[in-house]
Design a protein around this ligand. Structure first.
Ligand code: ACO
Length: 428
């Protein structure tokens, strides 16, 4: 029970005492759940000041630019761990022992193939469909294929679903790409690690052996880690909300993928690259910065700003370093990197961006690395979805395994008051 209390004074009413919770890290939280019984509720569009759940998975300190998964910093995880180890950490709460890791990796590998009938499902899509559109449909359809693990109240079913999703997302993501290319789908190879296998399914062809660059596989794995989870963002909250109605996990993850697609969220990585292409050369940067500051222009600097970070996004720092490393190791000179650095430098020194605390976010540099790996722009958000699946499923599982209520926000109604129905002939 909380020892601290907050008092709410509303004109014409008696003061209301509200419990205040102290988290292990972060700001105090005022519990307003009792307000409805008092004939009041709170108004917070965009959930700027609202915590919708209790969670033990990820902590962000936006002012300090800090991101922790189960207490471990993202910088350390990106440098010392790998994606499947981070996935284990997110799902089970602790880093695995050697034996636990081996079992986990082998189990994930045992689930990498998709049902053969799912391959046929792809044929219903146009070849020029956006891969995110295909991914939303295919992931939602998984519930039609894996009936044996859909009891959300059975912990083992939830675990099997989590493993299936983590294992199958790279296969589905690569299939989305191959379908657009008109190339045959590649079966997963379980002798490869997670990132290598994804690159094999993306770029391999059945008529020759796939050669996978260890540099690219490492860069890919790091991208997966940096996107693995980010507490209650729009897509994760969507997954939780969909899950709170008891919907099956595949449908919930498909809902998360849809929420991620928007350019204000995961779609920003694709939008950053399109923006860099539109800017074209460093001489044009100032013009675009001016547009971003113009209230009458809807243009925003993509890859800049964040609801929670009012400091450098720590993932962007790692991504920036990774970007230089990858391009150096590959010997690639990408003018887009030069352009991005120039844009970043000008924006960081501009009073508008300084005052509004707008810093580069994770998506600012990821597109440049993905391009260097050979991934087309339309696949960027698909890769984000693949990486974030473990975060979504960890949050969904956390919610279902604890006490939860269906998510059902209220509203500030400003429509018509009650009025009488006017028959059609009498309406003017
Ligand atoms: N360029 C120019 N101005 C910006 C930008 C930007 N990228 N981002 C925010 N602002 C301005 C807003 O216009 C607003 O100005 P005002 O106070 O004068 O009205 C102020 O900064 C605050 O911004 P909001 O939009 O109110 O902040 P919010 O928390 O609602 O939005 C968001 C955050 C959606 C990320 C926003 O910064 C944005 O659209 N950025 C560009 C898209 C992007 O990179 N998204 C990826 C986010 S990270 C992720 O999801 C992985």
């Amino acid at each position: 029970m909380s020892k601290k209390k907050a008092t709410l004074s509303v004109e014409g009413r008696e003061d209301i005492e509200l419990p205040v919770y102290e988290p292990t890290l972060g700001q105090d939280v005022v519990d307003v759940t009792g307000l409805t019984a008092q004939g009041l509720f709170t108004y917070d569009p965009g959930f700027q000041s609202t915590g919708a759940c209790e969670s033990r998975i990820t902590f962000i300190d936006g002012a300090k630019g800090k991101l922790l998964h189960r207490g471990y910093s993202i910088e350390e995880l990106a440098a010392k761990s790998d994606y499947l180890e981070v996935s284990y950490l997110l799902l089970y709460g602790e880093l695995p022992t050697e034996e636990q890791k081996e079992t986990f990796v082998n189990t994930v590998k045992n689930h990498t193939m998709v049902h053969e009938q799912l391959r046929v499902f792809f044929n219903g899509f146009r070849r020029d469909a956006h891969p995110m559109a295909i991914m939303c449909g295919v992931v939602g359809a998984l519930s039609a294929f894996y009936h044996d693990s859909l009891d959300i109240h059975d912990a083992r079913h939830r675990e099997v679903t989590a493993l299936r999703l983590i294992a199958k997302m790279p296969t589905i993501a690569a299939m989305c790409y191959k379908y657009a290319q008109g190339q045959p789908f590649m079966y997963p190879r379980n002798d490869l690690d997670y990132a290598e296998n994804f690159l094999h399914m993306m770029f391999g062809v059945p008529c020759e052996e796939t050669k996978i660059s260890p540099t690219l596989a490492r860069a890919m794995d790091r991208i997966f880690i940096l996107h693995a989870d980010h507490e209650q963002n729009a897509s994760t909250s969507t997954v939780r909300l969909a899950g709170s109605s008891g919907a099956n996990p595949f449908a919930c993850i498909a809902a998360g993928i849809s929420a991620l697609w928007g350019p204000a969220h995961g779609g920003a990585n694709e939008a950053v690259l399109n923006m860099l292409e539109e800017i074209g050369e460093p001489a044009n940067v100032e013009k675009f910065i001016d547009r971003a500051k113009d209230k009458n222009d809807p243009f925003k600097l993509m890859g800049f700003g964040h609801r929670v970070y009012k400091n450098y996004d720590p993932r962007a720092t790692v991504m920036r370093e990774s970007c230089h490393e990858v391009l150096n190791e590959l010997g690639v000179q990408d003018p887009k990197l030069e352009l991005a650095m120039k844009l970043e430098e000008i924006a960081l020194n501009d009073p508008y961006f300084k005052e509004k605390k707008l810093f580069p976010n994770v998506d600012f540099y990821s597109g440049i690395i993905l391009s260097a790996i050979g991934i087309p722009t339309s696949m960027f958000t698909v890769i984000f979805a693949l990486s974030r699946t473990v975060g979504w499923v960890a949050h969904w599982n956390e919610m279902i395994s604890n006490t939860y209520k269906i998510g059902r926000p209220r509203q500030l109604y400003t429509g018509q008051t009650e009025r009488e129905f006017v028959p059609l002939k009498e309406r003017k």
